[in-house]
Design a protein around this ligand. Structure first.
Ligand code: NAD
Length: 250
């Protein structure tokens, strides 16, 4: 896979899965906008990319803010001359509460970041790709929880299911204009999203939910994402791709 001459945006690229994707895209030749709400973490990813002789710039974005996302797309075009690839990856978890007890404020925040954030991404990235005029490819970061439920995670599960529908609609709208849009559904991946928030015994019990007997890694998710962004995936659009160690096969 070769992304030379392509410009990519990766949101949430300061940590975990997004950082792995930004690193792989850059080592395969893309110019990468490393976008995150946590600017110092985005700068760290850019430093890692620079040490591997890649090309990247950090951009501070809040994906829950439409204007901030519009500026991110403009930044990519201004700095690198166009936009070809995007990964709408930024996302948050949330409290573990039943639907009856779920705090309204957390519900709204998760909808804002995980769902509205991806809509804003698509809206402005597609416009920038059309203006660039060379086609494009986008991957939206859903989850295995975009196809199955999990008690005490109503907001997260609702947003990740919604991304699958949003992906299908946008893909149908822009397929004829050479922009492919897919979603992926990782099961539990070893990133700060999990390790920061959960006790080791809970993480161990999550690992056991996967027939492969372990959590996934950010580089495994990056490999699928980069394949879907590449020209090798030229007939794949509007679909949702699980990467789940057998989680949903049970
Ligand atoms: P992470 O917490 O390691 O990284 C998420 C990044 O997103 C962080 O750098 C954070 O600063 C950034 N971010 C959060 N809110 C933002 C905002 N409003 N604007 C811009 N950036 C923001 O998490 P991760 O595990 O790498 O998760 C990345 C994506 O993968 C998320 O969408 C998550 O839902 C999804 N996912 C994760 C897992 C998992 O088990 N880790 C499984 C399936 C899907």
């Amino acid at each position: 896979m070769d992304f030379k001459g392509k410009t990519a945006i990766v949101t949430g690229a300061g940590s975990g899965i997004g950082a792995a994707i930004a690193l792989e895209l850059a080592t395969r030749g893309a110019h990468v906008v490393v976008a995150d709400i946590d600017h110092s973490s985005a700068v760290d990813t850019v430093t890692r990319i620079a040490s591997e002789v890649g090309s990247a710039l950090a951009f501070e974005v809040d994906v829950a803010d439409a204007e901030s996302v519009r500026e991110m797309a403009n930044f990519a075009v201004k700095e690198f001359g166009g936009l070809h690839l995007a990964v709408n990856n930024a996302g948050i978890g949330g409290p573990s509460e039943t639907t009856a007890d779920y705090p309204l404020e957390d519900w709204r925040k998760i909808i804002d970041v995980n769902l509205n954030g991806v809509f804003y991404g698509l809206k402005y990235e597609i416009a920038a790709m059309l203006e660039t005029g060379e086609g494009g490819a986008i991957v939206n970061m859903s989850s295995v929880l975009g196809s199955v439920g999990r008690p005490k995670a109503c907001a997260y599960v609702a947003t990740k299911h919604a991304l699958v529908g949003l992906t299908k609609v946008a893909a149908m709208e822009f397929a004829a204009r050479n922009i492919r849009i897919n979603a992926i559904g990782p099961a539990f991946i070893d990133t700060p999203l999990l390790t920061k928030n959960l006790d080791p015994d809970v993480i161990e019990s999550l690992a056991e939910l996967h027939p492969v007997g372990r959590l996934g890694t950010p580089t495994e998710v990056s490999a699928l994402t980069c394949f879907l962004l590449s020209s090798q995936a030229s007939f794949i659009t509007g679909s949702y791709h699980l990467i789940d160690g057998g989680y949903t096969a049970r």
